[in-house]
Structures are given as C-alpha cells and as structure tokens.
Write a protein that binds this ligand. Sequence first.
Ligand code: AMP
Length: 212
Amino acid sequence: MRIVLLGAPGAGKGTQAEKISEIVKIPHISTGDILRSEIKRGTPLGKKADEYVRKGTLVPDEVIIEIIRGEINRGGSKDGFLLDGFPRNLKQAAILSNMMNELGLKLNKVVNIVVNSDEAVKRLSSRRICINCKRIYRFNNSQSGNINRCPKCGGKLIKRKDDNIDVIKKRLEIYESETKPLINYYRDKGLLININGTGTEQEITERILKQL
Ligand code: AMP
C-alpha cells in the first residue's frame, strides 16, 4: 500500500505515521526527519536545508526530490510506503506522480488529517520529542519544566527549534498557501480521505485504519 499523509503542521501526521506504518508494515518516510538528521550530521544536504528549516520555509524542491527519489528506489519501499511531509506543494506532487509512473507504481490513498489552526498552534508549542525513540509528547507549561526524559525509553526530550511561535506561524502560513491546494489536487484524483484529527491518538488511528 502506498499512502500520502497530508495535514497542517501540528495535525498529528508524525504520530499517526509511526503507528500506521507499524500496523500496515510499510516504511515511514518523513522528509522532515530526514532533513533534521542531515542537519544534525552537518552533511552538504543538511547545510543546504538548515536555514529553510530554521525559518519554517520550504527547502528547495530539487533538494527534496533527490531525497524522495533515493527513498522510493530503496529496496524496502518499492512494495509500499507512507509519505509524511511530502509532497508539500503542487510541483512536488506532479514530480511524485511522474516518478511513480516511471516505476509503474500507483498511490492508493491520500489521508488528510484535519485540525483547526488554534489547536495546531497549541499542539506545536507544547510538543516535546524523544531524541532516542522519536516518540512525540505534549506537555502544558507547568509540566514541561519537570519532564526531561521520555516516559517510555528514558531518552532525552527536546523541543524542536522550529516549534517556537514565530516559526510556527510561518509554517502555518506556508501550509495555507503552498500545501493546502494539494487537498483539491488529490480529491480530483479520487484519492482523498479526510480524517477528523481531534480526539485521542488511538481514536484517530482507528479512523484512519477504517478508511484504508
Ligand atoms: P516537518 O517535520 O514535516 O514539519 O518539516 C520540517 C521542515 O522541513 C519544514 O518546515 C520544511 O522547512 C522542511 N521540509 C520538510 N518536508 C519538506 C518538503 N517536502 N518540501 C520542502 N521542505 C520540507
């Protein structure tokens, strides 16, 4: 099964992608995770991407396309994948479509997780990520000072650099102008499933699984 996960920053794509890819047994490809890892390792690609990620703007398409081409051509991804954070604009969607045609592959579903922007801002500003197991947590202000370790694996919890209010606003603006048009694009192709992104993680996972 080949799935694209859409949704505003803060919709819960990363959390749901982890769960769905585990249950459906397909690789989870997150362009954001790949970029953060390249940036952390200081690779040439990471150096190119750093200032864009830091500002909350989109990394140039040609950089992202190279990442995706490599991932989709990788052995384990030919039979299925879950794309999280890609495509992010209509040009990337067109390139993905060409790439899949060349490989004789088809997308099965595009899952659009819907939350309102107030909720997205609230979630992003309270988000902490485990650097070890990558689990995502949300803590309110009074809790966040005390909780520094992942309750599951004990790894250090960090706040993403782009989860500060100015960058969050920029990311939401970019989502509205660049990424939201993908909803109509995939609706017209008959691939779109809208999922209410409010509720517990488990509820949202069940809603998605029911529609796949
Ligand atoms: P994410 O983890 O999906 O929220 O992505 C974090 C940041 O990585 C974004 O704000 C962008 O700067 C960059 N990024 C991730 N995916 C893409 C993409 N498909 N196209 C361009 N930039 C991206």
